[in-house]
Structures are given as structure tokens and as C-alpha cells.
Design a protein around this ligand. Structure first.
Ligand SMILES: [Cu+2]
Length: 224
């Protein structure tokens, strides 16, 4: 390789490297939660315990993405993408599930996994799995990539079959199916969660739109 050629190659790799870094930076910036932190509320009666209340909606009209649903009012959504909980604490989660549902593409996610007791309480009944053909969303929490920190919790949220109408923000729904479970946090870090039911629309397999855009069917759990 002559000198000018090798200089060209070196320059090109610097530019490409810079471009790759910029892209990675953009991806990270885009992945930042954009809603105000939802802090786990400390229990008055139990030590090292707090509670976190979430909702899942068939659209974004309940107010979580701004007035009149923000950029994508018709996209399914979680009420908050920025969950904050203390380290080494029992987190009692309640999810109000307002959406309909369908069949999981991976029946693995019909199981309740990683919770205390391996169970969840769904509409007042304690279960360890649900009908894989009647799932609205899942709450699936994972480890931190590139670290040994693991926090695997996955709970299926069945389709809502209630009929009593309720209004939240600009949204009209039916009374939710209530899903409750608890899990223990370990050490500090920013963990990621997402939904594993193909609910996104837009692409074959329903993994587009809300499933592939940060802050609708995914978010962070900051343990601090
Ligand atoms: Cu979903």
C-alpha cells in the first residue's frame, strides 16, 4: 500500500469510526426515558418494601405521552417508561391492564417468572401462568447487557374482558384486569424492560411501531 493510499484508508476508518460512535450516541440518546420518573412509594408498614403502580393501554390517550396522545395517539402504551426503585428492596407491582389481547408468538412468556413465589395475582387469583392465546402485554425485565447484573422478571398481562366503561385523560376504556406481583431488587444499575407480546402493529408479526419505538412498550427500571 502506498503512502497516500494508506493515509486515505486511515482517514476513512477514522471517519467511519466517528460515524459509528455518533450513531451509537444517537441510539443511546433515543433510548433515554422521556417521561418523568415514577418512583416506587415506600411502604408504611413493611421494611424495605415499596409499591409501583403501572397501567397498560390500547392507545396513548390516557395522558402519558402528552395531551391528545402526543405523536402517536393510536399506539399501545405503558403509562410510564421511567421506573425508579431502591436497591435490595421488595417491589410490590400493580398493573392495571386496559387492553385486549391475542396469542403470544412465543408461549414461553405465558409463564410468571422471577417474582416472589413464582406467582402473580390476576383479578384476585394466584397463578403461575396464563392462557397463551389471551395475552394483552407482558412486563419483562432483564439484566444489564455487558454486566453480570441480572434481574429477570416476566409477567403476562391477560386481555381485559371487563365491560364497565372508564375514562382516563382523553382515553375511553373498560375497567382494567388488575395484575399484582412482587420481586426483589439487587444492586444498583439501569435495567431494561419491554413487552413480549407482539402488539406493535405496522409490520408483519406486529413488532413495529409501539414495539420498536422506545417509551411505548419498553422502558427502564433504575435501581438506586
Ligand atoms: Cu405490548
Amino acid at each position: 500500500m502506498n503512502r497516500s493510499k494508506s493515509l486515505g484508508v486511515a482517514l476513512a476508518s477514522v471517519l467511519l469510526g466517528g460515524g459509528a460512535l455518533a450513531l451509537a450516541g444517537f441510539a443511546l440518546a433515543s433510548a433515554t426515558p422521556h417521561q418523568a420518573a415514577l418512583n416506587c412509594v415506600p411502604s408504611q408498614s413493611a421494611a424495605n418494601t415499596c409499591s409501583l403502580n403501572l397501567s397498560t393501554f390500547p392507545d396513548s390517550l390516557a395522558g402519558e405521552h402528552g395531551k391528545t396522545g402526543g405523536d402517536h395517539p393510536d399506539w399501545v402504551s405503558y403509562a410510564n417508561d421511567n421506573l425508579v426503585v431502591p436497591a435490595n428492596t421488595t417491589v410490590d407491582v400493580t398493573i392495571d391492564q386496559y387492553d385486549s389481547g391475542g396469542s403470544l408468538n412465543n408461549a414461553f412468556f405465558d409463564q410468571v417468572m422471577g417474582t416472589i413465589g413464582g406467582t402473580a395475582t390476576i383479578a384476585g387469583k394466584t397463578v403461575s401462568s396464563v392462557d397463551p392465546n389471551n395475552v394483552g402485554h407482558t412486563f419483562t425485565l432483564r439484566g444489564i447487557p455487558g454486566s453480570d447484573k441480572m434481574l429477570f422478571v416476566s409477567v403476562p398481562l391477560p386481555a381485559d374482558s371487563n365491560t364497565q366503561a372508564v375514562t382516563i385523560g382523553d382515553g375511553s376504556y373498560t375497567k382494567p384486569v388488575v395484575v399484582q406481583f412482587s420481586f426483589k431488587t439487587g444492586s444498583k444499575g439501569v435495567y431494561e424492560w419491554n413487552c413480549e407480546f407482539p402488539c406493535g402493529g405496522g409490520r408483519e408479526g406486529e413488532f413495529g411501531q409501539a414495539m420498536s419505538t422506545y417509551g411505548y412498550m419498553s422502558g427502564t427500571l433504575t435501581v438506586n
